[in-house]
Design a protein around this ligand. Structure first.
Ligand code: MRU
Length: 345
């Protein structure tokens, strides 16, 4: 049931084209590093951990046909490829985390021959993927401990199997609670403009047999006011050292609403999403998307030609609105500036 989002198959990257879901389930191949760059940019593959895995495989794809015959030339090519891939999307730190890890492993193995180095990098990318599978399951297990039988959980965007190797972060909590036999019901925000909640989250939850209701983003406050929601669980694209968390645009509004209504607000993310180099969320780069995603998002114009559009893809939820951060190492509680640091020791 948990289909791999991205795979390495005989020297090619195979991934689920998420832009086609839920109407079509199709796997596509990438044979060139420019194709995986494009797939990340256009959200064929998306979600912070999945972007990291795609970047690692993309690095292998780029270096696979290198004709370098010495380490120095090989590293120059490798850095060109990772620099290029790092321009695909700016917010999810997993992208940069994975690319840095690939360069580091090459540097640590510079005594190997070039063919051996290529195999070593492939092994590293496969490790990144299998570690992600483990992390997702641990997040699910720790997070499910916070869920009570009968809970209604609200989520925003898609932090499911599609956003990771196969099991998710925020949705891992729900999959895991469901597997433990807890009765849960999920409210999924549709997540304008690209509708990851409507297209992907509902699709994943329905496939898993979890009861889900789709709501427009603007309904999130109302369902809390009506007392329907016991918990909010969302994913993250980058968490600063003080716990400020960047996630899909609209998450901040949900967090404010959750505080207003006394609903616990949980962020579920692997520690690879934590960027200890940033003191706070003001330093997180926020991607801006094209106007057409807003004005033609439904395959037809929904706004007048020439209208000005502002479309940040992410927002930052301040740490004081977050109840806990659920990681593969356990549930981290405030004060995050102290407890996140501890988790990295
Ligand atoms: O623009 P997207 O679809 O890549 O944004 C994805 C999100 O905001 C997710 O919530 C986040 O990456 C967590 S994925 C486990």
């Amino acid at each position: 049931m948990f289909t791999p989002t991205i795979e390495w198959v005989n020297g090619r990257i195979r991934l689920i084209d998420q832009t086609l879901l839920p109407n079509e389930f199709k796997k596509i191949y990438c044979d060139e590093v420019s194709e995986i760059w494009q797939a990340i940019k256009t959200l064929k593959v998306r979600g912070a951990p999945a972007i990291g895995i795609a970047a690692a495989f993309g690095t292998v794809l780029g270096i696979w046909h290198s004709t370098a015959d010495n380490y120095v030339d090989f590293e120059t090519e490798l850095k060109d490829i990772t620099d290029y891939l790092s321009t695909s999307r700016p917010t999810a730190v997993n992208l940069f985390w994975a690319l840095k890890r690939m360069v580091k492993v090459a540097q640590e193995n510079k005594s190997l021959t070039v063919p051996e180095l290529k195999e070593r990098l492939l092994a590293e990318s496969l490790d990144i993927m299998s570690e992600d599978q483990q992390m997702s399951r641990s997040i699910g297990k720790y997070g499910a401990g916070l869920i009570e039988n009968g809970d209604n959980i609200l989520t925003h965007c898609n932090a499911g199997g599609l956003a990771t190797s196969d099991y998710g972060t925020a949705l891992a909590v729900m999959f895991s609670a469901h597997e433990m036999g807890k009765q849960i019901h999920v409210y999924a925000d549709e997540t304008r403009p690209l509708l990851q909640g409507a297209r992907l989250t509902t699709w994943e939850l329905m496939r898993a047999g979890i009861d889900v209701t789709l709501i427009c983003d603007s309904v999130a406050g109302q369902v809390m006011k009506e007392g329907y929601i016991q918990r909010v669980v969302v994913g993250a694209d980058r968490i600063a050292a003080n716990g400020d968390t960047a996630n899909k645009i609209g998450t901040y509004m949900v967090a404010v609403m959750a505080q207003q209504h006394g609903v616990p607000f949980y962020v579920a993310a692997p520690t690879s999403t934590v960027d200890m180099s940033l003191k706070n969320g003001d330093q997180i780069p926020i991607e801006e998307r094209g106007a057409e995603e807003v004005t033609e998002g439904f395959g037809q114009r929904t706004a007048p030609e020439g209208v000005k559009v502002y479309s940040p893809a992410f927002d930052v939820t301040p740490a004081h609105l977050i109840t806990s951060i659920i990681t593969e190492k356990g549930v981290i509680n405030p004060p995050f500036n102290v407890n996140l640091k501890r988790a990295f020791l």
